[in-house]
Every structure is written in structure tokens, then in C-alpha cells.
Design a protein around this ligand. Structure first.
Ligand code: NDP
Length: 227
């Protein structure tokens, strides 16, 4: 399962996993974008994916459970879960950070991955080598002025990963930090930057494939940099 699979790093990760044989559950909030990724995966000749539309800003417990029930019915297990969906919020000092934006960012970036993971744990336990990967950031390891809720949500993500990794023995649980990558989010964060100077999502896929695939067996509780 890949969240935020309709765009940016998530869409490329979903397509890469499918090219390596995975049947991917494409999860995101914009159906048309998920359908475009679905079509690309089919055109590649990869295993036919599934789509689940969910807006993590608004989803309730039942919405998460419906996704789990659908997976259970179709596949009976979940082998890999990439928490990739995320939002930037706005850049401002803590002193002026808008409370609503703070709550939204914390919810989409941190609470939703917690709820989704908790809901899917029974299905992950049914896999022979399950892997959960959370998406972190450089500002989730060292705070930086004006990155507000985004930075704090990524610190929380690292904490969630470490706590879960310490609890479960048969599931690999790790973080990935993509580093500066050419996507829509990066463009908003650094509008003055030359995007052609950045690595593309395709350039950083080896770390994603490593963590989701069998080669990282035995690796858990780690936070890996792609760059
Ligand atoms: P994008 O903005 O390109 O893609 C984010 C994806 O998350 C989109 O598919 C988006 O859906 C989805 N999403 C956002 N909000 C929600 C929501 N409420 N419900 C469901 N899906 C949602 O970002 P990137 O590809 O750049 O980032 C991917 C991850 O990598 C993020 O977690 C980000 O924090 C992290 N990261 C990125 C870096 C970079 O340089 N690009 C650097 C460090 C970390 P939709 O397309 O419908 O908007």
C-alpha cells in the first residue's frame, strides 16, 4: 500500500513497486490522479493495482476500517505499507503559526499514519515478511526556523516509527528521508530553486525498494536517507 500514490514520490514508488511484482493498493484523496497511476501501472504490464480514495484530513475510523476490510477480502494480507502522503502547511514562525493549519498538518502527517498503521496491523501480521515505512524529512531530525508543524510532525513520525519498531518483532518498521526531490511540494517549499538541479523521484527509488522489499530483512527502527 502506498499513501499519496497519485502524485510526486508516491506515484513513482507505486509504479516501481508494481514493476518489481507487487500488487499495489493506491491510496490518496484525488481519484483522477490515482486512476492515472493505475493506468500507467497497467500499461507497464505490472500486476493490476487497486484504488482506495480517502482524504486523511477528514477520514473517520470507519473509512480506515473499510480500506482494511477491502484488502482483507481481496488479498488476505498486507506485505508492505509506505506512508508517503503529506502536506507542508505554511512557513511561519511558531509565534504566528495559524492554529488550524497546525492541527491539519499534524493530523495528515502524523495522526493519520498512526490510525492507518493501527488499523492495518492485523493484516500486516498475516504477511511472511511485512515492512512499514514512514516518510520523514531532514527537518524531522533537526528543527529549522519557520518549518512549524511540518517539522514537528516529522519529529513525531520518527518517534512513532521508533516506538512501533520497539514493540513489534515480526514487522520491519523504518523511516525514509527522501531529501530534496523534484515534486510539487518541493516547488512550493522552495519556489526560487531550479527544479532541474534536483533528483527526481525515480532517482531515489533504490532506498524505497530496499526498505519495502526482502533485502532489508532484519532492518528495523532505522531512519534512512535516500541522498
Ligand atoms: P507531493 O505534494 O508531490 O505529493 C503528496 C501526496 O500526498 C499527493 O499525492 C497528495 O494527494 C497526497 N496527500 C496530501 N494530502 C492528503 C490527504 N489529506 N489525504 C490523502 N492524500 C493526501 O509531495 P512529495 O511527493 O514531495 O512528498 C511525499 C512525501 O515525502 C511527503 O511525506 C513529504 O513530506 C516527504 N518529503 C518530500 C521531500 C521533497 O523534497 N519532495 C523532502 C522530504 C520529505 P493529491 O495529489 O491529491 O494532492
Amino acid at each position: 500500500m502506498v499513501t499519496g500514490a497519485g502524485d510526486g514520490i508516491g506515484s513513482v514508488a507505486a509504479r516501481s513497486f508494481a514493476k518489481h511484482g507487487a500488487t499495489v493498493a493506491l491510496v490518496g484523496r484525488t481519484q483522477a490522479k490515482l486512476e492515472a497511476v493505475y493506468d500507467a501501472i497497467e500499461a507497464d504490464g505490472s500486476p493490476t493495482p487497486t484504488i482506495a480514495v480517502i482524504d486523511f484530513a477528514k477520514a473517520q475510523g470507519d473509512d480506515y476500517q473499510n480500506i482494511a476490510d477491502g484488502l482483507e477480502e481481496q488479498f488476505g494480507r498486507l506485505d508492505g505499507l509506505l506512508h508517503n502522503a503529506g502536506i507542508l502547511g505554511h512557513r511561519s514562525p511558531i509565534e504566528h503559526y495559524e492554529v488550524k493549519t497546525w492541527l491539519d498538518v499534524m493530523h495528515v502527517n502524523l495522526n493519520a499514519p498512526f490510525i492507518l498503521t493501527q488499523t492495518l496491523l492485523p493484516l500486516l501480521q498475516k504477511s511472511s515478511g511485512p515492512s512499514v515505512v514512514f516518510t520523514s524529512s531532514g527537518v524531522g531530525r533537526k528543527g529549522r526556523a519557520y518549518w512549524g508543524a511540518y517539522a514537528v510532525s516529522k519529529f513525531g513520525t520518527e518517534g512513532l516509527m521508533q516506538t512501533l519498531a520497539d514493540e513489534v518483532e515480526n514487522i520491519r518498521v523504518n523511516c525514509i528521508n527522501p531529501g530534496a526531490t523534484r515534486t510539487a511540494m518541493r516547488k512550493v517549499a522552495y519556489p526560487g530553486e531550479d527544479p532541474t538541479a534536483l533528483l527526481t523521484p525515480a532517482d531515489i527509488m533504490s532506498t524505497y525498494l530496499y526498505l519495502l522489499g526482502p533485502d532489508s530483512k532484519g532492518i528495523s527502527g532505522q531512519s534512512l536517507d535516500c541522498q
